[in-house]
Design a protein around this ligand. Structure first.
Ligand code: PMP
Length: 510
């Protein structure tokens, strides 16, 4: 089947997201949505060409005059007078040494104490000096091989931008100061004022300020027990412009979702759900930002061999399935070492199409030059020590820790909160999203409003949690509350739930 595009013209083109469907014979016609520059007449036409999703700000940003010359320093025989780099002989650090916990994966040294890992020599030199905008070469390489192995996508030569295979778009990785840094830069790279961004509801509250600053139009998509609802998404897209939610809005450009152990809902999407959402992204031509910091904190399949066990497919992996017909380059994947190595390392990485990562890197070159070389060297030392197998054993050890905590937390929740709350059992991550049974609020909300109850009364009763309103894309009232089983001492869970139960029951007495 040779890919080409068919544009549905049954709806007014100015506001309705245009369907782009794969078909074997029809050629692209005019189009009012994001897909215009993909529409061409050759069999190569359907390549996603992610650059057309870039924002005006990203397109206008000039490259860094100095950083763009850095690679030339590696040319043999080149004499460099470029450097604003400090002379490393003045750096006072001779070696960085860390000690693993003896009970960490491969953490025991020969002396029965925690294994010592050193960063020295060339690695230390690289760690301490200014480096490349997208990250240290060795770490980028390790992560690229790792991504390819875990998610089954072939490594594409970055210099070979369109390699002649229909629908293929090269991908690569960039490293950031946590995934938050990269999420924020990605939004800036993609969103113009007035652009429509679809977000799951409830949503990770940390992305909302970016979208507000960029003057995005946020369209919330309801969630169910698997997170973002594909049925709801399909309905909203099909009715685009005809309901109060989307009236007068341009076609959506971007969808943001957290597929595994969502923050706050704790939900995890099945591969089938992801396929349905991906299909809609192709039909209606929008990008998907998959924010997946809890991917390795999935409890499903734990106990099997960490190296060979089947893990869920991510959007970025699944988009390959249709590449002959639809092309790739529609998914930007965000991951983080915060939950699986250490949050204070501030290391995250994005995987996706070259054009978008280039825009993110240009932002980094302007804003903070590069991620920390020392943080990357610490992570790299661990990767070298563990290899991919050891790393996968490590992440499963972390996931098992959270699974046990989930079990304890949920058992107590069932016992103490069973009558006053309901929830979906999280199969990944660290959150239990409680739907409280509250009296209707004074404003007439049938399901009640948890805001004052949680932020004032529960606090006064000695228990803290996050009122659900913080995760509502439009700040709507809600009866939900986010609780986390990550840190609380297991022996305190019961008392915390008793206090919560007390304030809920009191609310009914008024
Ligand atoms: N996305 C989600 C869904 C999160 O929960 C968090 C952390 N709270 C982040 C991104 C940011 O993580 P980090 O910057 O530490 O990688």
């Amino acid at each position: 089947m040779s890919p080409s595009a068919q544009i549905s013209t049954s709806v007014p083109a100015t506001t309705i997201p245009t369907k782009v469907m794969a078909s074997s014979s029809k050629k692209a016609t005019s189009c009012a949505c994001n897909c215009s520059s993909d529409a061409a007449t050759t069999s190569q036409a359907i390549q996603v060409q992610p650059s057309r999703f870039l924002s005006a700000a990203a397109k206008a940003r000039p490259p860094s005059a100095i950083r763009s010359l850095f690679p030339a320093e590696l040319i043999p025989g080149m004499l460099s007078l470029l450097a604003g780099k400090p002379n490393p002989t003045t750096f006072p650090i001779a070696e960085i040494s860390m000690t693993l916990k003896p009970d960490a994966v491969d953490g025991m040294g020969e002396d029965g104490q925690g294994k010592k890992l050193e960063i020295k020599g060339k690695d230390l030199e690289t760690a301490l000096q200014y480096g490349y905008t997208s990250g240290t070469v060795s770490t980028l390489k390790w992560l690229t091989d790792f991504q390819s192995r875990v998610h089954g996508r072939e490594i594409v030569n970055q210099g070979d931008k369109l390699d002649g295979v229909a629908g293929r778009t090269p991908w690569r990785i960039t490293i950031g100061v946590g995934s938050q840094d990269l999420l924020n830069k990605a939004f800036e790279a993609l969103v113009n004022p007035g652009d429509v961004v679809l977000v799951e509801s409830p949503v990770y509250t940390g992305i909302l300020p970016s979208l507000e600053m960029l003057k995005a139009k946020i369209v919330p998509i309801e969630s169910d027990s698997e997170g973002l609802s594909s049925v709801e998404l399909a309905k909203i897209l099909a009715e685009w412009g005809t309901t109060p939610l989307t009236k007068g809005l341009a076609a959506p450009k971007l969808l943001y979702t957290t597929p595994t152990g969502a923050n706050p809902a704790g939900t995890t999407a099945s591969d089938q759900r992801k396929r349905e959402v991906l299909k809609l992204a192709r039909e209606y031509d929008f990008m998907i930002m998959e924010d997946d910091p809890y991917y390795y904190l999935s409890f499903e399949g734990l106990g099997q061999d960490p190296v060979t066990r089947t893990r869920s497919r991510c959007y970025w992996s699944l988009e390959e399935e249709g590449r002959e017909v639809y092309g790739t380059g529609r998914v930007l994947r965000f991951e983080s070492f915060s939950k699986i190595l250490a949050a204070g390392l501030r290391l995250g990485f994005a995987t996706g199409p070259e054009e978008i990562l280039e825009a993110i890197d240009m932002h980094t070159a302007m804003a903070n030059l590069q991620p920390s070389g020392v943080a990357q060297a610490v992570a790299q030392r661990l990767f070298d020590h563990w290899g991919v197998e050891g790393f996968l054993r490590h992440v499963d050890q972390v996931a098992s820790f959270y699974e046990k905590r989930r079990d304890n937390f949920e058992e107590k929740a069932r016992r103490i909160l069973g009558e006053v709350a309901e929830w979906v059992t999280p199969v990944a991550g660290m959150f239990l999203w409680l739907k409280l049974k509250l009296p209707p609020s004074a404003e007439g909300d049938d399901q009640g409003d948890s805001f004052a109850l949680i932020s004032e009364r529960a606090k006064a009763a000695g228990v803290l949690a996050v009122p659900g309103m913080a995760f509502m894309p439009r700040g709507d009232k809600t009866c939900y509350v986010r609780t986390s089983f990550s840190l609380i001492e297991e022996e305190n869970v019961e008392e915390a739930f008793q206090r919560l139960r007390g304030v809920i029951l009191d609310a009914w007495k008024e």
